[in-house]
Design a binder for this molecule. Structure first.
Ligand code: FES
Length: 241
C-alpha cells in the first residue's frame, strides 16, 4: 500500500473535510490519498486532484462530468455510484473499487464491452417518432413521458453490477434496451420478444429489484423487465391451442 499526504489547494470551495481516499490498484493493493473536499467536491473531483497532484499513473474512466455519459461508475464503500455526481460528505475513509463484474483495464478503469454483448442488434439509439404505430398523430404528453423514461439510460452498467443473478443472463441493461427498442420499433416486437423468451432472457430475472434501486437515472430496469414478461406471456397465450 502506498500513501500520499501531499496537500493540494481545494478546487471546490473552502475545504470542509479532509477525506481519506483508498483506491484499489491493478495489483490488488490500495493506494491511500488525503484530499480536501468542499461542499461540492465529488468523487471524480477527488480522483482528478489525485491524478493531477499525487499520482499520474492512476487510471479511471470519465467523460462528461455531469451524469450523462455513464463511464465513471465505481464502487464507493460498497455502493455502486457515478463518481461525477456523488459528493464526498464525510471524512470517513472512502474505499474505491472498480465496477465489478466488468474486467479491469487498470485501477478503477473497467472494460464495459460485456455490457453491450446482449443488447439487441441493430438497435437505434435515437427515438424515431415515425416508428410509432400512428406516426401522423401528435404525441400525447403522457406518451412523451413514457419514452423519456427509457431514454434516461446512460448505459453505466451499475444495474448489471448490482444484479445478483450469476447464471447466464442478458441482464437488466440489455433487457431494458430490448424494451426501449420495442417502444421505438413496434414492428420489431415479435422478433425481439422471441430473442428474450429464453432462460437467459426475461425468465432469468429473479426479481431482486437491485437494478431499479441502484440505477442513478431512475430507469427502473426491473419494471421494464416485468413489462416484457407480460408481453411474452400474452404472446404465448396467443399461440396456445
Ligand atoms: S463522467 Fe459522465 S456520467 Fe460521470
Amino acid at each position: 500500500m502506498s500513501r500520499s499526504d501531499d496537500r493540494a489547494p481545494a478546487a471546490h470551495g473552502a475545504p470542509e473535510v479532509r477525506a481519506e481516499i483508498r483506491i484499489r490498484r491493478t495489483d490488488g493493493s490500495r493506494s491511500v490519498f488525503s484530499v480536501d473536499a468542499g461542499e461540492y467536491t465529488t468523487i471524480l473531483d477527488a480522483l482528478e486532484e489525485i491524478r493531477t497532484v499525487h499520482d499520474r499513473s492512476l487510471l479511471y474512466r470519465h467523460s462528461c462530468h455531469h451524469g450523462s455519459c455513464g463511464t465513471c461508475g465505481v464502487i464507493a464503500n460498497g455502493e455502486r455510484v457515478l463518481a461525477c455526481t456523488t459528493r464526498i460528505t464525510s471524512d470517513e475513509p472512502l474505499d474505491l473499487d472498480p465496477l465489478a463484474p466488468f474486467p479491469v483495464i487498470g485501477d478503477l478503469a473497467v472494460d464495459a464491452t460485456p455490457l453491450y454483448a446482449d443488447f439487441p442488434t441493430d438497435a437505434s439509439y435515437l427515438r424515431d417518432s415515425d416508428a410509432r404505430p400512428n406516426a401522423t398523430d401528435p404525441v400525447a404528453p403522457e406518451e412523451v413521458g413514457r419514452f423519456t423514461r427509457f431514454e434516461n439510460c446512460i448505459e453505466c452498467g451499475i444495474c448489471v453490477s448490482v444484479c445478483p443473478v450469476v447464471r447466464p443472463f442478458k441482464g437488466p441493461a440489455a433487457l431494458a434496451a430490448y424494451g426501449r427498442e420495442i417502444e421505438k420499433r413496434p414492428d420489431r416486437e415479435a422478433e425481439l420478444l422471441a430473442e428474450i423468451d429464453a432462460p437467459d432472457g426475461v425468465a432469468g430475472c429473479d426479481r431482486a429489484l437491485n437494478c431499479s434501486a441502484a440505477c442513478p437515472l431512475g430507469v427502473y430496469p426491473a419494471k421494464h423487465i416485468a413489462v416484457l414478461k407480460r408481453k411474452i406471456d400474452a404472446r404465448r397465450a396467443d399461440y396456445s391451442p
